[in-house]
Design a protein around this ligand. Structure first.
Ligand code: GCB
Length: 601
């Protein structure tokens, strides 16, 4: 059976990899009932769009920015003539939220889910050395059948389609990540799953390998350390390799072995090789401690977004490196991929740099009363809103997240949703199968979801299905606004309530205040830099009094773009850094606290 998501393409002695990033022709579909087939011919001359980037802010054109529906990206591609013996595929790392890959006139792949990769095997359509027209269609619509969910309404006067949704970050769309053309041998490694463990001084890597078109071939495993030494080997599609005197992958001190799997044919020739960077570490929850390598780990850091000016959610190597530099500068050891899986390059980078990740699905806004069109007492889990089809899409989102990210040492926990209406009727019926599925797919990591303020420890109905209490709280901002004394009491009461209810770790996965960089107030009023500083300090005082706290991730790392609305001025300003990554005053306080904590360990 085919793995859901195949291994990230890489160059090896048996594989080739060509980037298709750059400027592509671009066009909008005229409307939902557009019956034209633009992929069957060259797109009209005119618009060119960079890949990777969200298209919304690229053009100075409100129609493109607000477009609801399909768009088309197109370019010519030549399959290298040396690839005649290989299989070759086009892989889009993401198409938000639905993508179709056309090769000349043929639809070869379709995928739903905006933040995970999909690909088309084009070998049988285009010969090596031939040129073809590659069109990728992308659709940005959110409905009750998608994750995240949304609704489309029709403007009364204009007849225009308008997209609403129940999360605040802007619904950027397009090809925000890289597109690749790559080759694999006919017999090749499709998938590798590794789970690591420690036995005394040794490291153990349990592995399982899926091979395409190879039944009689041998699998050879070699584990190579960072100095290039072969430290362990094995053979077969399934097994465990033992690394003597292992060097562990640790937060802040990454160490990666190359787990190299090869397919060897009956003549003893290596047909395919894939190298997986593998950190050996363990993760456990014990009582109120979150243990990495059996040592208590306290999360410090942020909820983030993939977001920057002009490129929207477009992956950008400069921002990738710079953001991790800022995490290091401020003393953070972790982040959450709020509220969707990030580009695979981000996960690889976290592995290499020892940053710990809470990895989240795109299931944000499963709370019909928040934002969107609905009235405030609308119910979430009903056939008209978050229903069985939403749940099926949610299951698929979980499968794809785990399929893609299961081998990352940096990923220590799965978060299967952000702020669902876990206090409402139907929440338990909706979430119980999802929690079960997550555990079936990966028994090696704890699971969680980010709990919303209104689903207090008294109201929440699903938290017992999970391992860690991840809480998003805004005392002092959305409630007790500007009154940090009242907020402090309310926060402490809530945390102690959770502590009493479950003997397990609590991680505050969101707390923060909108802050306009440069706005000051002697009274420390909301929106000022003083308020953000004082509010975070208040939360920290409370955290330090609660024994079950196992982490704090501020909302948010940087300011980010939102939908239009009366609560936000040019976006969400809860960033500790501005959108262009300048520190607000609060950054210095966090830096003092977190670098001290890191030093104390
Ligand atoms: C939340 C959400 C996050 C929002 C944040 C806010 O609870 O999880 O996506 O951006 O609050 O600033 O309102």
């Amino acid at each position: 059976e085919q793995p859901l998501i195949k291994l990230k393409p890489q160059q090896s002695s048996s594989r080739e990899l060509l980037s298709l990033d750059g400027l592509w022709k671009f066009a909008l579909a005229s409307g939902p009932n557009d019956t034209t087939t633009p992929w069957t011919a060259p797109l009209p001359k005119g618009l060119e769009c960079p890949v990777p980037a969200s298209y919304n802010d690229i053009f100075v054109d409100r129609e493109i920015h607000d477009h609801v529906g399909w768009v088309y990206y197109q370019r010519d591609v030549i399959v290298p003539k040396g690839w005649s013996q290989e299989r070759y595929l086009v892989r889009a790392e993401s198409a938000t939220h639905k993508g179709r890959i056309y090769v000349n006139d043929h639809l070869l792949a379709e995928h739903v889910g905006g933040y995970t990769p999909f690909e088309a095997d084009i070998t049988d359509y285009i010969a090596a050395g031939e040129k073809f027209r590659l069109t990728i269609a992308v659709n940005n619509e959110l409905t009750h059948e998608t994750i995240p969910p949304g609704e489309i309404s029709i403007g009364k006067a204009t007849g225009k389609r308008v997209q609403t949704y129940h999360h605040d970050f802007y619904n950027y769309a397009g090809l925000a990540r890289s597109v690749w053309l790559y080759s694999v041998p006919r017999q090749h490694i499709q998938d590798i799953t590794v789970v690591t463990d420690v036995a005394g001084a040794d490291g153990l890597i349990s592995y399982q390998i899926k091979v395409a078109n190879g039944t009689t071939e041998q699998i050879k495993i070699e584990v190579i350390d960072e100095d290039g030494n072969l430290v362990a080997n094995s053979s077969g599609v399934k097994g465990t390799v033992r690394i003597p005197s292992v060097k562990l992958w640790q937060p802040g001190a990454a160490y990666l072995y190359q787990f190299q799997a090869s397919v060897v044919n009956s003549k003893g020739e290596t047909v395919d090789t894939y190298s997986l960077a593998t950190g050996v570490r363990t993760v456990k929850v014990s009582g109120h401690q979150f243990l990495i390598n059996d040592k208590p780990f306290y999360f410090t850091g942020f909820g983030k977004h993939e977001d920057s000016a002009v490129r929207g959610k477009g992956h950008d190597q400069a921002y990738l490196v710079h953001d991790f530099q800022l995490l290091n500068w401020i003393g953070a050891n972790s982040f959450r991929t709020s509220h969707y899986p990030y580009a695979e390059e981000v996960m690889d980078f976290a592995d290499r740099h020892g940053i710990v990740v809470i990895d989240e699905t795109p299931a944000v806004g499963l709370n019909i009363a928040l934002l969107g069109l609905s009235d405030s007492d609308a119910k979430t889990f009903t056939p008209e809103a978050i229903n069985n089809n939403t749940q099926a899409a949610h299951k698929q989102a979980i499968r794809e997240l785990i399929s893609r990210d299961k081998n990352h040492a940096s990923v220590v926990m799965w978060s299967i949703a952000n702020e669902p209406a876990s206090h409402e009727d139907g929440a338990r019926e909706y979430f119980e199968p999802l929690a079960k599925l997550t555990r079936q797919l990966d028994a090696s990591r704890p699971i969680t979801f980010a709990n919303v303020g209104m689903a207090t420890y008294k109201e929440d109905r699903i938290s017992d299905l999970f391992d860690v209490s991840c809480l998003n709280r805004y005392f002092g901002w959305y409630s007790e606004t500007g009154d940090l004394e009242e907020a402090e009491a309310a926060l402490e009461e809530e945390l102690l309530g959770w502590e009493k209810k479950f003997d397990r770790p609590i991680v505050m996965t969101e707390y923060g205040a909108d802050t306009i960089a440069g706005l000051h107030s002697v009274f420390g009023f909301p929106w000022s830099e003083e308020f953000q500083t004082q509010m975070l300090a208040m939360y920290h005082r409370v955290f330090d009094r609660v024994g079950s706290m196992a982490g704090e991730q501020v909302w948010a790392f940087a300011d980010f773009q939102t939908n239009l609305g009366i609560q936000r001025v040019d976006g969400n300003k809860k960033g500790v850094f501005t959108r262009d990554r300048k520190p607000k005053a609060a950054a210095h306080g966090l830096r003092a606290r977190w670098t001290k904590m890191a030093g104390d360990i």
